[in-house]
Design a protein around this ligand. Structure first.
Ligand code: PLP
Length: 377
């Protein structure tokens, strides 16, 4: 039975050897071991930042960023509405209020034109998400944040290596947050990273990351800290993944180029874009149904599944997370009509780095034939 998963990690013998080396040396924890420093140094240089700080997931990276910036109760944070809910949870963990901002209909990233009207006297920060690998248009975002002296947090979980006007994402924000979960562009199984330039914030993040141990007496703590450390074993894997990153990005882009070339004439299938300012790294090849295919997502996804092709629906925006909003008595957020539509009509095709040409051709063939039949019904 054919099975083409949404993603397979690009990982193998070399990563296994490096992890083994860390284990054999007994350098396994999140303080000791040379792979931690090597991974952090290499990743900072990849992003073009002064500091990179490993953490154990993208979610903890986001939380640590919010805590480091001392955002808390009484503060508002503007957040791109369509994202993994970890982006919103990070704000809620600290007792601050996330305000969802609707997205652009083509890049699915935050719409900078909507920021001004959502600003309140309590707004402290803005979290942008480079969704599915396409960079946010950083120009207007940075202009807005400078004008109102807001902190900028970049969620780079899905966009390692993406560029805005030639500059890598992860280097624009006061703090940028990365995820190395199994399906991410660069993976350590689970894991994450903060990238930043400010020495004071870097010191604070490093302290909070490891229980805020005291400087003179370790057990007289400086603050309420967390254990968000990444193991040296995972950093060993990260070091090898970083050596492969250019190859991974090349494979992602060639997967996307093939899909775009083969699917661009299907009526009602909106494909990913690459704006003139952007280098898209196509974490996932995300499509949106429009026109005659609108409302047919369940039918299309289940037909693909019958043929052994796995797909995944788009995220559901924060304004639709009714259970959480009710349970925690959160203010009913403003509606985000574009995010609602993309969430309802969007899904992604198999987009792993490890996907054969034959598998890509099979996906294209099945998508074409299913869409043709369904739009005639
Ligand atoms: C945009 C975004 N932010 C945050 C996260 C959370 O990262 P993690 O799963 O490593 O906690 C993810 C994905 O997993 C994500 O896609």
């Amino acid at each position: 039975m054919l099975n083409i998963p949404v993603s397979r990690p690009f990982i193998g013998e070399e990563e296994a050897d490096a992890a083994r080396d860390a284990v054999i040396k007994g350098d396994i924890s999140g303080i000791f071991g040379s792979y931690i420093q090597e991974f952090e140094k290499g990743y900072a240089s990849f992003c073009g930042t002064k500091h990179a700080i490993t953490v154990n997931s993208g979610t903890t990276a986001l939380h640590l960023a919010i805590a480091t910036l001392e955002i808390g109760p009484g503060d508002d944070v503007l957040v791109s509405s369509l994202t993994n809910m970890a982006t919103f949870f990070a704000v809620l963990y600290q007792g601050a209020r996330p305000i969802p901002i609707d997205i652009k209909p083509d890049t699915y990233n935050i719409d900078p034109a909507l920021l001004e009207e959502k600003l309140t006297p309590k707004t402290k920060a803005i979290i942008i998400v480079h969704l599915y690998g396409h960079p946010v248009d950083m120009g207007p975002v940075m202009e807005f944040s400078h004008k109102y002296r807001l902190r900028v947090i970049e969620d780079v979980a899905e966009a390692h290596g993406a560029e805005w006007n030639g500059q890598r994402v992860g280097s624009f924000g006061d703090i940028s947050c990365h995820s190395f979960y199994a399906n991410k562009i660069l993976t350590t199984g689970e894991g994450g990273m903060l990238t930043l330039n400010d020495d004071r914030l870097a010191n604070r993040a490093k302290t909070l990351k490891t229980l805020a141990f005291g400087k003179e007496n370790k057990f007289i703590h400086q603050d309420i800290g967390y254990n968000y450390r990444l193991t040296n074993i995972q950093c060993a894997i990260g070091v090898i993944q970083l050596k492969k990153i250019n190859e991974i990005l090349r494979l992602k882009r060639s997967m996307a180029a093939f899909y775009t070339q083969e699917l661009n004439d299907i009526e009602g299938l909106q494909l990913p874009v690459e704006k003139s300012y952007a280098k898209n790294v196509y974490w996932m090849y995300h499509v949106v149904l429009t026109g005659s295919l609108e409302g047919k997502r369940t039918a299309i996804m289940s037909k693909l599944k019958e043929r052994g092709i796995e797909t995944r629906e788009s995220f559901v925006p924060f304004n639709q997370q009714i259970d959480i909003i009710k349970k925690y008595h959160l203010d009913q957020p403003h509606d985000c009509p574009i995010a609602n539509r993309i969430s309802r009509e969007g899904f992604y095709l198999p987009s792993g780095t490890v996907i054969s040409q034959l598998e890509l051709e099979t996906v294209v063939h099945e998508v074409r034939s299913i869409c043709r039949k369904i739009s005639c019904i």
